[in-house]
Design a protein around this ligand. Structure first.
Ligand SMILES: NC(=O)c1ccc[n+]([C@@H]2O[C@H](COP(=O)([O-])OP(=O)(O)OC[C@H]3O[C@@H](n4cnc5c(N)ncnc54)[C@H](O)[C@@H]3O)[C@@H](O)[C@H]2O)c1
Length: 266
């Protein structure tokens, strides 16, 4: 039987109940890792975990709200206790409500920073001692095009994802002596459950979203699978000399001119 690309590694994925996080968890498990799926929502997270186990792969669920320091500490400590080690962390949990500068209240600003920036900080903080004990490891932060150049209606989210990019680069330098790599993945525009629900709530149909996808440079939206392939590479031993990078899985969305229809602003 073929050896998986992350065979034997123990990897935590946050926000894994659905969307990009679930597909990364599923593919990493298919490639031989022991995956700890984590999410704020326990029933959904447990159902997602059961799907992976039913496919014959190794997965466990531990509930955690990434905005809670004690939940993040428990997630990492409990993973190491159950599986004896920790090799990788995918900081995927995120939240992207639309709001312009004037529409962003203090509470909304704080809530968005907590999920998208403070959460990954806590997860890194409590994962690193275990990664160090394993002799090194890999942290992957789920970034966004908005972390480079934000959109007018994603002001707080863009600032948080920009902060996450700086956290990535800072930790890449700080943790290199421990052989812990830290990278930033940009998934492009992915029609996940979260994205479809958000636009649906604003009266934009799935059909309209798919049409907007056709205006993107390579003719379609990105998919969770597009990001999952990249997550396997960056969390595996195929990338031992890769740290502090941005990997764009966005059909050139971060570098090519935005199409006039500006679908991301929808
Ligand atoms: N969908 C896109 O187009 C897109 C583009 C760029 C970046 N991203 C990023 O990718 C990641 C996943 O996005 P998605 O579209 O799959 O999202 P989604 O909304 O479909 O799923 C997000 C998951 O995170 C969980 N979550 C939310 N808050 C949490 C918290 N406080 N603690 C723990 N779990 C929490 C949710 O329960 C959900 O299961 C996010 O970081 C997002 O910012 C998404």
């Amino acid at each position: 039987m073929r050896k998986g690309r992350v065979e034997g590694k123990v990897i935590v994925v946050t926000g894994a109940a659905q969307g990009i996080g679930f597909e990364c968890a599923r593919m990493l498990a298919e490639e031989g890792a022991e995956i700890v799926l984590s999410d704020l929502r326990a029933p959904e997270g447990q159902a997602a975990t059961a799907q992976i186990v039913a496919a014959g792969d190794k997965a466990t669920f531990i509930q955690a709200d990434v905005t809670s320091e004690s939940d993040c500490a428990h997630l990492m400590d409990e993973t190491a206790r159950r599986f004896g080690r920790l090799d990788g962390l995918l900081n995927n949990a995120g939240w992207y409500p639309r709001a312009t500068l004037e529409n962003t209240t203090t509470d909304l600003w704080e809530a968005i920073q907590q999920v998208n920036l403070r959460g990954p900080f806590y997860c890194c903080k409590y994962a690193v001692p275990h990664l160090r004990a394993a002799g090194g490891g890999s942290i992957l932060n789920m970034g966004s095009i908005n972390g480079l150049q934000g959109l007018p209606n994603l002001v707080a989210y863009s600032a948080a994802k920009g902060g996450l990019l700086t956290l990535t680069r800072t930790l890449a330098g700080a943790l290199a002596p421990d052989r812990i790599r830290v990278n930033y993945l940009i998934p492009g525009w992915v029609l996940t459950e979260g994205e479809i629900a958000l636009h649906g709530g604003n009266g934009i149909s799935l059909e309209a979203l798919l049409k907007a996808g056709e205006t993107l440079a390579l003719g379609r939206h990105q998919t969770p699978k597009d990001s999952a392939y990249a997550s396997v590479y960056l969390l595996s031993d195929e990338s031992p000399q890769v740290t502090g990078i941005i990997l764009n899985v966005d059909a050139g969305g971060s570098t090519l001119p935005i199409p006039p229809s500006a679908p991301y602003v929808l």
